[in-house]
Ligand binder design. Structure first.
Ligand SMILES: [Zn+2]
Length: 585
């Protein structure tokens, strides 16, 4: 209880303080930054940005951190789940493509099977220029189509009926663009001078190199991938290796079967002078493909894959793609989460491209790319966001999975230390979840702030067995599905019995993080507290006091008070476990 006179004094102080604190929301963002928005000097390095062999170096934050790009027509057509996409449900692809390394060209067809959800005469697929549409057939009937930027609108002579399954053959050819952060598709040579062709097209889109329904909401249920390449080369793609067939014209066809739903950007070609070695973890086949010169290094470095799989299986359950196996495939960029065929270019060293990634001494204990990109098998590949705006479901969760790996191997204290090392990489310049339907990638905060938010939720629950069960059950509930942020929030609310919506919304849908306002009176013995947050109903427990003697308080956005023997300087807040700002007055 508060002494009445003291309370009156505090209320008078408060009136003054509230007038001081009532600056516009934009300023709150600036106050909570290490650097103001106009000078985003903090080097934000996002996984997957680097191309080898360039040495690691600080990079400017991408423009997406300052403001969302204004979508152009191509982004609108690719991002929107419009009526000509929503009227059908993908069932199956068989992509058969011939790759000409000398001409740097592709030629092939994708057989696309889908079920109509409504009666319609038109559907939308995608193929980006300068690739050509050679013809589109249903049976022997050639279909008319209209191209509009990357979209291909296909018209049928008769109405396709809801509930019926149809199949079309989409023939294409040409020279694909090399563009985007990872090149999309690159025709390179390895250090020994052999052909090395790789795809990595998240963001820019798989329709950069093959025709498909290029969006995130609808995945095929299964896929066959047949890749024709010159006889002396090896293709490593997703799924289970089926066979290779000498076509008798200098080319060999490599057939792969993907038994599970797969997002388009995960479909991958890796064509080169690969050598293979294998292993097994329980019922999961492990297959590794590297350039011959790297074989010895890879045999040592890739032994980390087993410990990674064991850790993630411990928290979430069985590896999601057992029938396809788990693969690591050497590639000329840092890495990418291609489903069941994770690409790897991390120099066969621990850390991230040789650096201590979170700079707290823990990252050098493991290979960042093996641990991060493989974590996406659970969050990104098995559970997939239904729109790029919700991509924190891939990146925030997988960054958090890194800390789970650390916790599994080295304990909770190191996991918390590892996560706290991510704080300097957070910008808090704009919300993590942006506009849907425009194919816009969220800011890098989706990685580090997303992970720090999840760690904060663990502290909010304050009951680790409950937290571990929630993580496990949430993954099991949503595996192989395409979901939105609201699905995760609703699941967590339902299974904790708490209203966590304002917490999720504050971290994901606003730029600033919550700030704990602490107001100390003239007399010792009491402190007033409340949250400053954009969410009107923001309420979150937090631990205060001194390390080792924490006390949980339940601040809301209204002032409350507590007694304390601590002075303003002694009074601490557990910011290791809660990602928040603190303002003592
Ligand atoms: Zn990632």
């Amino acid at each position: 209880m508060i002494d009445f006179v003291l309370r009156m004094k505090l209320i008078a102080q408060l009136a003054t303080l509230i007038s001081i604190l009532s600056f516009p929301a934009a300023e709150i963002g600036a106050q909570t930054q290490n650097t103001p928005p106009s000078q985003p000097a903090a080097p934000a390095q996002e996984p997957k940005q680097h191309l080898l062999p360039a040495p690691p170096r600080p990079q400017r934050p991408r423009s997406t951190d300052d403001a969302a790009a204004v979508p152009d027509r191509a982004a609108m057509l690719r991002g929107a789940y419009g009526p000509f996409r929503a009227n059908n449900d993908l069932l199956y692809y068989h992509l058969n493509v011939r790759v000409d390394p000398d001409d740097k060209s592709l030629k092939g067809k994708n057989t696309i099977r889908f079920r109509m959800l409504q009666d319609a005469t038109r559907i939308q697929l995608d193929l980006q220029e300068p690739l050509q549409v050679d013809k589109i057939l249903m049976g022997s009937t050639e279909l008319k189509y209209q191209r509009d930027t990357g979209a291909v609108f296909i018209d049928f002579p008769q109405t396709l009926r809801a509930g019926q399954v149809y199949s079309i053959d989409f023939y294409y050819s040409g020279h694909p663009r090399t563009t985007g952060r990872f090149g999309g598709i690159t025709f390179k040579t390895d250090p020994a001078g052999h052909t090395w062709i790789n795809t990595a097209c998240e963001g820019i889109g798989a329709s950069l190199w093959w025709p498909n329904k290029d969006q995130w909401r609808d995945e095929v249920e299964e896929m066959d991938l047949s890749v024709e390449i010159p006889n002396n080369l090896v293709d490593v793609s997703n799924g289970k290796f089926v066979s290779k067939t000498d076509l008798g014209d200098g080319y060999t066809r490599w057939d792969w079967h993907i038994h599970y739903p797969i997002n388009n950007y995960d479909v991958s070609l890796n064509i080169g002078d690969y050598v293979h070695f294998g292993d097994q973890l329980g019922n999961v086949p492990l297959d590794f493909y590297v350039l011959p010169a790297d074989l010895d290094k890879a045999k040592i470095q890739f032994s980390q894959a087993k410990g990674m799989l064991e850790a993630y299986q411990h928290y979430f359950g069985e590896y999601p793609f057992v029938k396809d196996g788990y693969k690591l495939v050497e590639a000329p960029y840092s890495g990418m989460e291609h489903q069941s065929a994770v690409t790897y270019g991390n120099l066969f060293q621990n850390g991230y491209l040789g650096r201590d990634w979170t700079e707290v001494g823990i990252s050098p204990r493991f290979d960042f790319i093996i641990i991060h990109e493989s974590g996406h098998e659970w969050f990104g590949n098995s559970i997939t966001a239904a729109d790029p705006a919700d991509m924190w479901i891939h990146e925030g969760w997988t960054t958090y999975l890194e800390s789970l790996y650390v916790e599994y191997r080295w304990g909770t204290a190191d996991a918390i230390k590892y996560l706290d090392g991510y704080k300097p990489k957070v910008h808090n310049l704009r919300p993590i979840v942006g506009e849907r339907g425009v194919n816009a990638e969220p800011p890098v905060d989706q990685y580090f702030k997303g992970a720090l938010m999840l760690n904060t939720l663990r502290s909010v629950l304050n009951n680790d067995p409950t937290w571990w069960k929630l993580l496990h059950d949430l993954y099991q509930h949503f595996k192989y599905q395409n979901i939105l942020t609201e699905d995760i929030v609703a699941y967590c609310n339902q299974h904790t019995g708490l209203d966590l919506t304002p917490i999720f919304d504050q971290y994901l849908r606003h730029a600033p993080i919550p700030r704990l306002e602490l107001l100390f009176g003239e007399a010792p013995g009491m402190v007033m507290y409340k949250w400053r947050a954009d969410e009107e109903n923001f309420a979150m427990p937090v631990r205060v006091g001194t390390p080792g003697h924490w006390q949980t308080i339940h601040p809301t956005t209204n002032w409350q008070s507590m007694q304390t023997d601590l002075t303003k300087d002694q009074f601490a807040v557990d910011t290791d476990h809660f990602y928040i700002d603190v303002n003592k007055q």
